[in-house]
Design a binder for this molecule. Structure first.
Ligand code: GYE
Length: 306
């Protein structure tokens, strides 16, 4: 990008589209698979990729976006770590006439013209699927069901929405009680640490709902460390379906996983090419996803790419 002269919109000196991609970090198996997908698809789509890792900090992401604006890339894509606080930098991109694509996570900006499209999952739907599985599991009981929740990164779209969708479903039945809920920042280490605290403070935990597999995997270590059997003494529901999560599901340690696909790269490159050409794109592209029981995980594992 930044080459002057004829031909209008950007392009690197060899005519390639240049994309600046501001990634959240490397906090989870999901994120690693997502990064790989973006990098590989850029290569095969002939897109020159400038990539940055914000280490889960909004200020780093804003810095990265500003530097992409300065470098006059053709298109900026990013996965906003939290939902709020983006209007200023998105305005700067718009003033510089650089189109922005949101991938994976949403922003809460009122002005939808600050970005061209949003590619990613419906996280409220994922939370509902998690809640629905639980409701089905306990359809015959009368006892109270004590639930603890490991939330994703505070203020992030998947944490907000997975919590909301789950609540919408389970709150219809007064037996379901969320007795503790805290962030584990989508990491294994935090998932373990917070689950240890939950176990100390709550003698009777029936269910863990973790907003991603990594936190569930950390929590499994905490549960085993406390002398309990994950999947039996405490049922575990999580979201993502990355390899290690699917393995724990097949092994009976996790009870149910709601899939969230990280393989957004090919669709992102497609959208980027259209946006750079000035073509119309849909303002929302939702990823297709399923759910996995323990049996389904055993079948699916050999063919999983991540
Ligand atoms: O579920 C989690 C990751 O934004 C969908 O971020 C993504 C979430 C994913 O750290 O594992």
């Amino acid at each position: 990008a930044g080459c002057s002269g004829s031909g209008g919109s950007g392009g690197s000196s060899d005519g390639k589209i240049v994309m600046g991609f501001a990634q959240v970090g490397a906090e989870s198996g999901w994120r690693t698979a997502n990064t790989k997908s973006v990098q590989e698809s850029a290569k095969s789509a002939g897109v020159e990729l400038k990539f940055s890792d914000a280490q889960q900090k909004q200020e780093n992401q804003i810095k990265a976006i500003r530097s992409y604006i300065q470098q006059k890339v053709d298109v900026i894509a990013f996965s906003p770590v939290v939902e709020s606080g983006w209007d200023t930098v998105l305005n700067e991109a718009r003033n510089a006439k650089i189109p922005v694509i949101l991938t994976d996570r949403a922003v809460d900006s009122q002005d939808k013209s600050l970005y061209k499209t949003f590619l990613g999952s419906d996280f409220v739907e994922e939370g509902k699927k998690a809640g629905q599985w639980l409701v089905d599991q306990y359809k015959d009981g009368t006892d109270q069901v004590n639930i603890v929740q490991l939330e994703g990164t505070t203020g992030s779209a998947p944490a907000n929405d997975r919590k909301e969708g789950f609540e919408q479903v389970v709150s219809a039945d007064p037996r379901f009680k969320v007795i503790a809920s805290q962030t584990g920042d989508f990491t294994r280490a935090k998932g373990k640490e917070v689950m240890e605290a939950f176990l100390k403070a709550n003698p009777k935990i029936d269910v863990l709902y973790a907003h991603n597999d990594d936190m569930a995997l950390g929590a499994i270590e905490a549960i085993e460390g406390a002398g309990k059997v994950p999947g039996k003494d405490i049922k575990i529901i999580s979201v993502d379906a990355v390899h290690d999560g699917m393995q724990a599901l097949a092994d009976g340690k996790i009870s149910f996983i709601v899939e969230c696909s990280p393989l957004l790269g090919p669709q992102l490159m497609d959208l980027a090419k259209k946006v750079v050409k000035g073509e119309q794109v849909p303002d929302r592209v939702v990823t297709e996803e399923t759910t996995f029981t323990q049996e389904q995980a055993k079948d699916a594992l050999p063919g999983r790419k991540y």
